[in-house]
Design a protein around this ligand. Sequence first.
Ligand code: MN
Length: 143
Amino acid sequence: MQPSPSIGQTLLLVEDNEDNRIIYSTVLRHVGYDVVEAVDGRQALALARSANPDLILMDISIPEIDGWEVTRILREDPATKDIPIIALTAHALADDRERAQAVGFTSYLAKPVEPRAVVAEVQRWIGAGVRQAGAAGMPPAAG
Ligand code: MN
């Protein structure tokens, strides 16, 4: 039996920039998600496998193993291939958007990303955090 989709959801936030990591994790926790944090590609792979996240926010430019390669590896692993992964990249190039789709990212946010835009994109894929469950939420994104 599936748990309620709005209760106890865990996000893996992969972001090497400390300021961004604090901002995004604070906002995401505030709206009710559990957040685990990784600062490089090796931590990201380890936590994707051990923390059982419902969704991953993946900075592309991270130390050790970049976000492209981490995502490619996760997509080849039956245990992690279906986890929604949202790319966070400083590059808004059309090439990056196409590459993000090819590698298997679920969606794509170009930095700078406002915290509320991050929350909206997470909600689009896995629903509201526990503290928002039952409250009047945002309508689903069109299209
Ligand atoms: Mn980075």
